[in-house]
Structure formats: C-alpha cells, structure tokens
Ligand binder design. Sequence first.
Ligand code: RIB
Length: 311
Amino acid sequence: MPKRPRIAVVGSANVDLTTFTDRFPKPGETMFGQKFDLGFGGKGANQAVAARLCGADVFMVARVGSDLFGPATIENFKKLGIDATHVNQVQGVSSGVAPIFVEPNGQNRIFVVKGANDELKPKDVDSAADMLKSVDCIVLQFEIPLETVYYTVAFARKNGIRCILNPAPGQPIDVAAIKDLDYFVPNESEAETITGMPVKNLDDAKKCALKLVADGIRRVIITLGENGSLLATREGMQHLPAFPVKCLDSTGAGDAFIGSFAVFLGEDLPEREAVRRANLYAGLSTTGVGTQKSFCDRARFDAEWVSRGKS
Ligand code: RIB
C-alpha cells in the first residue's frame, strides 16, 4: 500500500456554468447553445477533489459566498470526505462562479468571477496554521489574492512543507516572492503571461522554462495539453508525452494534473513517474464532461495505469 499523503489546498471554490456551443455569438446576436452543465468547480476545489479521489487526506482552506452556492459547496467537500473546517462563508458577497464555454473539439474558454475567493486572506492561513503544519504538501493557485499566495508560500517554506503553485489564471507576479516553492506548474498561456515569452510549441516551452529556472524557481512543470508536460530543473529538462485519449471537454485537466501530482509525489514515487501518472490522470479527465465530475477514482486510474503506464 502506498503511503497516504496529507494535502492542503489553500484556494478557490467556484460553481461552474458550462455551455457547450458550436461557436460564439456575434455582438448583438442571440444564439442557441447545444447543452448546459452545472457543477462544482474552482481551481482550488478541483485540485482538492482530484487529490482526494487519488487517495489522499485532503484539507481545504477557502471562502464561499452567502448565496445558495456557498453551503452547497461546503456540503460537496464534506460528501467527498474533504475536511472543510477552514471553509468559511462571507456575508454579503457572492460565491465564485465560472461561466465556461466549450467548443466541439473540447477546447474551453472560461470567465471567473472571484466573489468570496477574493476574501481569502493571510489571516485565514493563520487560523488554519495548526492543520497546515500537519500536512505533507500545500497546493496553491491564483484565484485568491496574490498577497495570500505569497504569504502561504512563505508559511510553507518556514515550516518545511512541500509547496506546489499553479499560477492560474495567469497574471504578472513577483517572482522573488515565490522562489521558495518546490514546484511551479503553469500551462502554456500562464507561462506566456508570467514570462512575457511566447509559448506556442515545445521549443518555446523549453526556453520559457529555462528562464523561470534561471530566475530562481527550482522546479518548473509546464503542462502542454495534448503534448504532455515539460519538467525543468537546474539539472536539465525532460519532455513527458501525454497519453492518447478522446477529448470531450478539457476543462479542469490542469487541476486534475496538479491534484494527482501532489498525491503521487506524496506517495514518494520518483518525480518523473509522478509527472507521467499525472499526465494520464489529466488525460482521463478530458474524456468526461465538467471538472470535478470528470475526475476518476483511484481504482479506475490504477487500472488504466497498469494497461498504459508502461508505454
Ligand atoms: O480549471 C478549471 C476551473 O477554472 C473551473 O472549474 C472554473 O471554476 C475555473 O476556476
């Protein structure tokens, strides 16, 4: 039996409103979408759910709004066995929501209205300090205030806890404030926004990863969608290809990667294997619709890994 990791996510929780459409309306045009899906999402919550389904004990630190979605989100965490002691409701503010549009090829476009996620502050990290000191890994994203992200990175470093940062959605950052983390995991567009360098292909991604490592970030993984991922450290780079899947909806695949990667690392698997497994877990998530509801459980993942992982 692999070791059971303890993982905390300090991050966002949204409700996703996903419309499947052939194209986007022109200005002033009303058109019919094909299908609609309502589900729990938010990059932080999705990563927590992926980690939980992969078998970790998971703790969420988040803020939800004083609307219908707030209590429902907390209930969803509890139902999945995620500790929601540090998920608090903010009065007079909406929950985070994400109108999402998915094209027939599975490509997505996402708006995020942060709502209560913007109220997650360093004091919430202090309130959860005892729990946070007990985990193996803290996972962060950018749907909460950057001040809280920087504070949590420093907290993790001070307490010797592994820290994984997914800088999503991409925004300009103070690289010096995040140098101390263990893994920095952007996708192509986030890497572009943060470095100002184009990331259109694997060569671009390598140049971009080199810059991030040269800027002082120790371990960088750029996720490349159907091209897998690129792992870059001071020792060198490795491109780890994706596993072939039939993509229906790519929304949340990055979150599936991060949450599962945190678990595989926490099980003390070699880094390269942890990345390959996370590539597969993320790929499998694109074969279903929605975010959290497209993530598979550990039994299904293990069966897929046995049949495909050696390739
Ligand atoms: O990464 C996918 C997620 O981005 C969605 O669940 C949406 O809520 C946004 O946060």
